[in-house]
Design a protein around this ligand. Structure first.
Ligand code: ZN
Length: 71
């Protein structure tokens, strides 16, 4: 019951977060400006396990309709 909603805000600024990065025990919501390159390069909805880090790209990056309809 903790599905990320699509109105997350960046922890560093007021912009809309594009994803979440978990660095060890710290999780951060980040916008495109503050996200790691790894996260920016990921597709919406993608998740990546990267050693001690874990990246989650939020699926609803845009409401303009360009998204995979399955899943
Ligand atoms: Zn930011």
């Amino acid at each position: 019951m903790d599905a990320p909603n699509d109105n997350q805000r960046c922890d560093f600024c007021e912009k809309k977060a594009i994803g979440m990065q978990i660095l060890g025990c710290v999780s951060q919501n980040v916008c495109e400006d503050h996200a790691e390159q790894m996260l920016v390069a990921m597709k919406p909805g993608e998740r990546k396990d990267w050693g001690a880090c874990y990246y989650v790209r939020y699926g609803k990056d845009t409401d303009s309709g360009e998204q995979d309809s399955d899943r």
